[in-house]
Write a protein that binds this ligand. Structure first.
Ligand code: ADP
Ligand code: MG
Length: 494
């Protein structure tokens, strides 16, 4: 048992995440400055972002549409009329002196995020999803601090989970699922290296059996899936050790240092009162009418976890394969397209009864992804269409070529773009399934190897492979292996 597992015998961790997701709008949340990563510092600003007197914010409708899509996809209640509030704090990355956010009237409440854990769907409740603007960025170099306001005013949603997760793995999976979902919905690129998805983790522990929540700490600055897990695990252990020594947890914000693998206190926890929230008098209420909701609902695609379940039920895929396929929408779409091109009926008589989904998934995940990986490509720039992959699968399923030859045909078709059937024709590698033709070859092989045939008849089982090998050699690997083995048994008498 690991040291943490031992600590966990008597203590239950409780985790709630607050995840900021940058919305993929081309201009800022309340002004017309462009949003672009890597632009030269302070080139993407305007009087509003700079906090000049006399400026007025105007909300970006595209940001609302993107946030609503996430709200609908998480089954949240959508507020028909909500408002923006000012959250006050002083910091150089925020020249206005306040951040426009939502406080008592968030856009979305009481939704949920579905994760895939241990091969099944696991639902985590969400408290709220609200709109807000990002702050700028300070970098500290020696005695100087640099302020870049390019990011100030960029539209974000903050997704707040309920305190309902109980392990670092679950929290990391929550991040992965949210990352997958927002990319799937195309509401954010969610590139963590560019800070487009950022997470604060709230952690507390309580004695097992206890209902009340323990005092929590908040971990800031978690910018990778691995860090979420490490930082939370570390914090759980730290808290349990303190409590077991009879000490108390101080409610505070801690900063995770990935290089040190440890966190340090940053500030004592601020409370809502500290921020002097009040409704922003410059912004009218945000109204979500029926027409807007209708168009959002219409644009909602099948969700990744819905597809996961469909792949298990409809196509009999393993949870692992289904999970890989839904990791990206383009991958899942490719699978669906290949499935559709193939048609529901398996072309092989002796099939699993579950259509050809498993076979298609196998070819995709091993051959296609293998080839793409080797080329440093993603599914978006695959040279082989879903139709072509399906054609190849059919050739293998209906016995025109063996699986082994199929892999060679795959390679050539992937490289040259030539149709699999044309390559098979040109190379003359069709599988020989004609019994009479194969019988002749079997006959030839057995009589040429009379001694081995006798030894096999006398019980030397290992020799069977030798005979199969001889038949394959004579046919350049084209003999149908099932029929070959059948005929060999017949000819060899056992
Ligand atoms: P604040 O407004 O101070 O950030 P919230 O009540 O909005 O506090 O909660 C913020 C986050 O902290 C949420 O994700 C919530 O699930 C989580 N959280 C609240 N209390 C606890 C607790 N005792 N243990 C773990 N997480 C908690
Ligand atoms: Mg908070």
């Amino acid at each position: 048992m690991s040291p943490l597992d031992e600590l966990l015998e008597n203590w239950e961790p409780v985790i709630g995440l607050e995840v900021h997701v940058q919305l993929a709008t081309t201009s800022k949340a309340f002004s017309s400055s462009a949003v672009r990563f890597g632009a030269s510092p302070n080139s993407l600003t305007d009087p509003l972002v700079l906090g000049m007197p006399g400026t007025l914010p105007q909300f970006n409708r595209h940001a609302l549409e993107l946030a609503l899509l996430l709200g609908v996809a998480t089954g949240s209640k959508i507020r028909a009329r909500c408002r923006f509030s000012r959250k006050h704090y002083f910091y150089p990355d925020q020249p206005k002196g306040y951040q426009i956010s939502q406080y008592d009237e968030p856009l979305c409440e009481d939704g949920h995020l579905d994760l895939v854990m241990n091969g099944a769907i696991h639902r985590v409740p969400l408290t709220r999803i609200h709109l807000e603007e990002d702050a700028g960025k300070n970098t500290h170099v020696g005695a100087f601090s640099h302020v870049d306001l390019n990011r100030a005013g960029v539209a974000l949603v903050e997704v707040v989970s309920a305190p309902a997760m109980h392990s670092s793995e679950e929290a990391a999976e929550f991040m992965r699922s949210l990352h997958r979902l927002v990319r799937w919905l195309e509401i954010s690129e969610a590139d963590m290296e560019k800070g487009q998805l950022r997470c604060d983790a709230n952690v507390s522990v309580r004695r097992r059996g206890e209902d009340r929540l323990g005092t929590r700490t908040e971990l800031k600055n978690i910018n990778s899936f691995r860090f979420v897990q490490n930082a939370i695990e570390h914090e759980i252990a730290r808290q349990i050790r303190l409590l077991e020594q009879g000490e108390r947890i101080i409610q505070e914000t801690r900063l995770w240092d990935a290089d040190l693998g440890a966190s340090a206190p940053m500030r004592s926890k601020e409370t809502a009162e500290d921020y002097r929230y009040f409704p922003d008098p410059d912004l009218p209420p945000l109204v979500v009418d029926g027409a807007l909701m209708g168009s959002i609902l219409k644009s909602l695609p099948e969700l990744p976890t819905q597809r996961f379940e469909r792949y298990l039920k409809q196509h009999g895929l393993s949870p692992d394969d289904a999970r890989t396929l839904i990791s990206e929408r383009a991958l899942a779409d490719y699978f669906d397209a290949a499935e559709k091109a193939h048609g529901p009926e398996p072309t092989l008589v002796a099939s699993s009864g579950q259509g050809s989904g498993r076979t298609i998934a196998n070819w995709m995940l091993s051959e296609l992804l293998g080839a793409l990986n080797a080329d440093g490509k993603t599914i978006d720039d695959t040279p082989m269409s879903a139709q072509t992959l399906s054609d190849l699968v059919v050739l293998v399923e209906n016995g025109t070529i063996s699986g082994k030859i199929g892999k060679e045909i795959f390679e050539e078709s992937y490289k040259t773009g030539e149709a699999p059937a044309a390559i098979v024709e040109r190379r003359g590698v069709q599988q020989i399934s004609d019994e009479a033709a194969l019988w002749e070859i079997v006959e030839q092989v057995v009589s040429a190897n009379a001694k081995q045939a006798e030894a096999f008849a006398a019980g030397k089982d290992g020799l069977f492979g030798f005979f199969v090998g001889q038949v394959m050699k004579l046919t350049q690997g084209r003999a149908n292996p099932v029929i070959t083995s059948d005929l060999l048994h017949k000819r060899l008498g056992r």
